[in-house]
Design a protein around this ligand. Structure first.
Ligand SMILES: [Zn+2]
Length: 432
């Protein structure tokens, strides 16, 4: 048995809102109460706060290759979508680009303390090698040591083609795995149309059938501005009415964004058992407003945190967006406490992925964790280690990151890849 002890931390935040002192003991990649520590490896956490690895519940990793593109900023969503689509067409989305963008996005994630990323992939050119694209993203994650949830999305795809591709991706990536999670827990497959604004009922139905066959999680995006506008004009209904009719308000579904929701809708979301992903780093710059997270939480909805993609949020830095979530929460109700937002970014996101073993440091949890050095001047005078982690030192990065008990970032550097090479290969591919 391989035993590692993370020792000497100022505080250990276990992901359920509890802060404690003492060691974190890891045996064979799992957090344990205690173990035979005779030959244990010791990781010195002096001067650090230890948290679970962050879980980014909503990303579009492909967009990592399309950040700050001219013509995609400060415009309404109805113009943003074709502008991004033109960029994808010009670059040619294939397994190579999917893999290089995922590699850069996942490297960024690890360096920012995010150990699990849900990649809602929405761009599938006609005749694309869709299994090759999914496999390229999965390979990037495996190479770097990150956990990946690959979401076979759809955005105006032919419904039958999308469903057949999802079936092929399940067979290729997670064969014979009920729940769509690999045996080592490093890879998960889920499905999800982009939203009722882009996909018809048939796509929701057919991807839902694939999910049901294999026990996959379902995800979609709902109630940003254009989603509501299109649902009302096309169907005379609001998005959540349609999702309810189409069988997509259920406990295995997570809805990202949810900016524009009424109290009645929040009550229906809560009653259905659907979970939510808050993504203020996308919603705010896109002008979609601020999701009423306090009211969602108070209604009993499980809420996670995501960045969304590089086309709207140019950073995959989930802790930065946790800080943003705190800042903007006061615009739509009482300000959220830092502990609630950190729980969203860890256990909340993990629960929406159906992965209760992630986002926590309680015994039995996966040993995904971050050491955040809080000994510098930006943290001087901090009284509350949880509040300080989010409010102080904007853009902070962890010193050390472990995934499944393995060190994947040390002294702020990737262990399994050369960051400069990751960057250079993506620039080379997109010719920038
Ligand atoms: Zn999104």
């Amino acid at each position: 048995m391989s035993v590692t002890i993370v020792r000497g931390a100022i505080a250990v935040i276990d992901g359920s809102g509890r802060v404690r002192e003492g060691d974190v003991t890891i045996a064979d990649g799992v957090v344990v109460e205690s173990a035979d520590t005779t030959d244990a490896e010791i990781i010195d956490a002096t001067g650090c706060v230890v948290t679970p690895g962050l879980v980014n519940a909503h990303h579009h990793l492909l967009q990592t290759a399309f950040r700050t593109l001219p013509g995609t900023r400060g415009i309404p969503m109805r113009e943003w979508l074709p502008a991004m689509a033109a960029a994808y067409t010009a670059a040619g989305v294939d397994p190579e680009l999917t893999g290089l963008a995922a590699r850069a996005g996942l490297a960024e994630a690890l360096l920012c303390g995010v150990t699990t990323v849900a990649d809602h992939h929405l761009t599938w050119p006609a005749d694309a090698d869709t299994v090759g694209m999914a496999r390229a993203a999965a390979t990037a994650a495996a190479d770097l040591g990150a956990r990946l949830v690959f979401v076979r999305g759809a955005a105006r795809d032919d419904p039958q083609t999308a469903a057949a591709s999802a079936e092929d991706i399940v067979s290729a990536l997670v064969p014979n795995r009920a729940g769509g999670v690999s045996a080592d827990g490093m890879l998960q497959v889920a499905v999800g149309p982009a939203g009722v604004h882009s996909d018809p009922r048939e796509t929701f139905a057919l991807l839902g059938e694939v999910a049901q066959r294999h026990g996959l999680r379902r995800r979609t995006q709902a109630n940003e501005v254009v989603d509501v506008e299109i649902a009302v004009s096309r169907y005379g209904k609001r998005p959540l009415d349609l999702l309810e009719e189409w069988g997509w308000l259920a406990p295995d579904v997570t809805l990202a964004h949810l900016c524009d929701v009424s109290d009645d809708e929040i009550a229906r979301v809560a009653a259905s058992g659907v979970s939510a992903t808050h993504a203020p780093g996308c919603d705010v710059p896109m002008g979609w407003g601020v999701a009423p997270v306090r009211r969602l939480l108070d209604a009993g909805v499980a809420v996670g945190l995501g960045t969304s993609g590089g086309g709207s949020n140019d950073a995959g830095h989930l802790l930065a967006d946790a800080r943003l979530a705190l800042q903007v929460s006061a615009l739509v109700g009482p300000q959220l406490p830092a502990s609630d937002v950190l729980t969203m970014a860890t256990a909340g996101s993990a629960d929406g992925l159906g992965r209760p073993e992630l986002g926590r440091l309680t015994p039995g949890s996966a040993a995904d964790l971050c050491l955040w050095d809080v000994s510098g001047v930006a943290d001087a005078g901090v009284a509350d280690p949880v509040a300080g982690l989010l409010w102080a030192a904007p853009g902070r990065r962890p010193r050390t990151v472990l995934v499944a008990g393995h060190v994947v970032v040390d002294q702020g550097r990737l262990i399994r890849a050369d960051e400069r090479e990751v960057v250079a290969r993506l620039f080379e591919r997109v010719k920038r």
